[in-house]
Design a protein around this ligand. Structure first.
Ligand SMILES: [Zn+2]
Length: 431
């Protein structure tokens, strides 16, 4: 099994001499202190937040947990307060709106150097799965300068790998044609879009696609199982978000969790209730701090994602940490009045096992009614499968739940303007 290419990259980037956690952690500690000093000096937000913190008293990672968390609400309130450079140095702005409500946007800024660091990560991250003989199709936005697709294109050209950046999937026939014309062997995209493509164009998928990199959102296990089992694809997961500078970590050939961008980011896993660190092997919320980020460095940023550090070393032999695949978002779990809990993760596993389902949207309405709109090719399939799907959802819960299924005709004109938007479980209850 090939050692993760991230290992040598991180050693080069950090300048550590030996493959040791102690050396890497010493580097990370120094970077944390630099980030704290930089933020306190340059960012209005951190100037205030860190006002009463004596940075000299932060002598270890243990002391570092005294520093308050940052969350997305803080950035939403005033992203410019986070900005550490003049606006003329900003080369890319990402606007994220997770709720669809205007005024609820979050802006993330990048300088040229910030973007170059991501290209660097993408170059080595993509080597985990692709090489010069691959032809890579990227189904992520790539038109704008500094967009995720643009950075991937630049990264792959540095590795002399042929790459076509198409943008998100909006036209199935067009994408199918591209796969055939360019004999695409490796595809990068949003999990639910890849599922959609593979289910409607299974022949083409089976003939051409050998490797898949899933990115930008939580990946249901059932999806990975289907791509591996049905199409014999190697399925790699990437973990990242705009706030990280798109990239955070990627799986190695062991396909057992991500190795992280440890030369650029410091990761913690915390108990979301108490804010305390949890032990390796225990689940909690992912928190990260950026190193050398110029425009918007972030300190102890709460991602809202649930994951854990693997307790055992990875089979590829690296000394880098491994983080188990993110198992969902905290906000995608809803507590019912009868104390039962509904999560998008459970629904995914119950609903997506039906190959006729192309997508779905789940909402919890008053009276704890679970309304699920299933996107399928035709009404006949829906009527045929309805009872069975309801039964499978029931089976996943250990408590009574009212389920209503609705049919949604597949008419794919996705409104995806930002590829980093995550799927949601909608809690629309008024009481
Ligand atoms: Zn590994």
């Amino acid at each position: 099994m090939k050692l993760t290419p991230l290992e040598n990259w991180i050693m080069d980037r950090t300048g550590i001499a030996t493959k040791s956690r102690a050396d890497l952690e010493a580097y990370q500690y120094n970077q944390l202190i630099q980030t704290l000093n930089y933020c306190k000096e340059k960012s209005l937000y951190y100037k205030k937040t860190l006002e009463h913190i004596d940075i000299d008293s932060i002598q270890s990672f243990k002391d570092f947990v005294k520093i308050p968390f940052t969350d997305s609400e803080n950035i939403k309130k005033n992203a410019l307060d986070f900005l550490c450079v003049s606006q003329s140095e900003v080369k890319r702005i990402i606007t994220i709106n997770t709720s669809g409500t205007s005024g609820d946007e979050k802006r993330i800024y990048f300088t040229e150097e910030d973007l170059n660091h991501t290209i660097d990560f993408f170059q080595y991250g993509m080597r985990c799965l692709s090489n010069e003989s691959d032809r890579v199709l990227v189904l992520l936005p790539g038109k704008a300068y500094g967009s995720i697709g643009d950075l991937l294109r630049k990264a792959l050209s540095l590795s002399h790998t042929q790459c076509i950046v198409h943008g998100v999937l909006t036209n199935l026939e067009e994408v199918t044609h591209l796969i055939q014309e360019y004999k695409i062997s490796c595809i990068v995209g949003i999990p639910m879009q890849i599922l959609y493509l593979s289910r409607l164009k299974s022949d083409v998928f089976q003939t051409y696609i050998k490797k898949v990199l899933l990115s930008t959102d939580y990946v249901p296990d059932i999806l990975v199982k289907e791509l591996r089992g049905r199409f014999h694809c190697d399925v790699y997961n990437h973990y990242g978000m705009s706030e990280m500078g798109y990239g955070g970590g990627v799986e190695c050939e062991a396909l057992h969790g991500y190795h992280l961008r440890e030369g650029d980011l410091y990761f913690e896993i915390i108990d979301p209730q108490t804010g305390e660190s949890v032990k390796d092997g225990e689940y909690g919320e992912v928190v990260f701090t950026t190193f050398h980020r110029q425009a918007i460095p972030l300190i102890r940023y709460r991602t809202g994602d649930i994951a854990r550090f693997g307790a055992d070393p990875c089979a590829c032999g690296t000394f880098l940490k491994t983080m188990d695949k993110v198992s969902g978002r905290i906000s995608n779990k809803v507590l019912l009045h009868n104390l039962g809990e509904v999560s998008l993760r459970d629904l995914d596993e119950a609903i997506l096992q039906f190959e006729e389902v192309l997508d779905y949207k789940a909402s919890i309405m008053d009276g704890d009614q679970l309304v699920i709109e299933l996107t399928m090719s035709n009404l006949y399939e829906f009527e045929n499968r309805k009872e069975e799907i309801i039964y499978c959802i029931y089976k996943r819960f250990y408590f009574p739940v009212h389920i209503k299924l609705k049919y949604q005709q597949d008419n794919r004109t996705p409104k995806i303007t930002n590829s980093m938007i995550k799927r949601k479980l909608y809690d629309l209850r008024t009481n």
